[in-house]
Design a protein around this ligand. Structure first.
Ligand code: BEZ
Length: 212
């Protein structure tokens, strides 16, 4: 086990899941990926998260992001739990949940934080780029369900900033003005961003979202 930092290669693994054996790299192919852990099957917050995640799948698909959940219970347990999730959340769980009974993947990704709980994973999130580098990590405690709008928002930012010399300001959402990368002079920025550049301060230059 070692801490995974931004820019690190996402460790590859092969594991059982609710949809059969999965190899991470084969599953992702050339897509982006989101790997997110859940403390345990048949728990209330996780039930709402997985139901919500399944309803967001179209949005992840639009962004070319493959979804992969994880919990430290068996594939048979996942199958029973998924029936409950589908029923109470009025959905169909439509992406795999890794069955990490031996905690191999949890340990590989440092998802168990012993001072929080010795046996269960915390709510970790890893966003993985097509080159398999880790672009974002998040860690939530078991008691706090994640905000899937925020996960889409950060993917929008990661994908935008991967392709354009910009950064996204606080509370940014797709379509709102972005910040010109500090590495670019205002003179060059005005040539590069044809929708216009506003110099608020020499170090704070705004331009319309180049993709909208
Ligand atoms: C839950 O998903 O509701 C949960 C799981 C473990 C601890 C606390 C809450």
């Amino acid at each position: 086990m070692s801490t995974i930092r931004l820019g690190d290669k996402a460790p590859d693994f092969t594991a059982d899941s609710s949809m059969g054996t999965i190899n991470l790299y084969d599953y992702l192919g050339d897509s982006w990926g989101i790997l997110f852990s859940h403390p345990a099957d048949f728990t209330p917050v996780c039930t709402t998260e997985l139901g919500t995640a399944s309803k967001f799948k179209d949005e992840f698909d639009k962004r070319n992001v493959k979804m992969l959940a994880l919990s430290v219970d068996s594939a048979a347990s996942h199958a029973e739990w998924i029936k409950d999730i589908n029923e109470v959340q009025n959905t169909v769980v439509n992406f795999p949940i890794i069955a990490d009974e031996d905690k191999k993947v949890s340990n590989l990704y440092d998802m168990i934080h012993p001072n929080a709980d010795n046996n269960l994973t915390v709510r970790s999130v890893f966003i993985i780029a097509p080159d398999k580098s880790v672009k974002l990590t998040l860690t939530y405690p078991a008691s706090t369900g994640r905000n899937f709008y925020e996960l889409l928002r950060v993917i929008d930012s990661l994908q935008l900033t991967a392709n354009h010399k910009v950064a996204t300001p606080a509370n940014w959402e797709h379509g709102k003005d972005v910040v010109v990368s500090p590495a670019i002079s205002t003179v060059d920025a005005k040539k590069m961003f044809t929708k216009g550049v506003t110099e608020v301060k020499p170090y704070l230059r705004m331009t319309p979202d180049p993709t909208s």
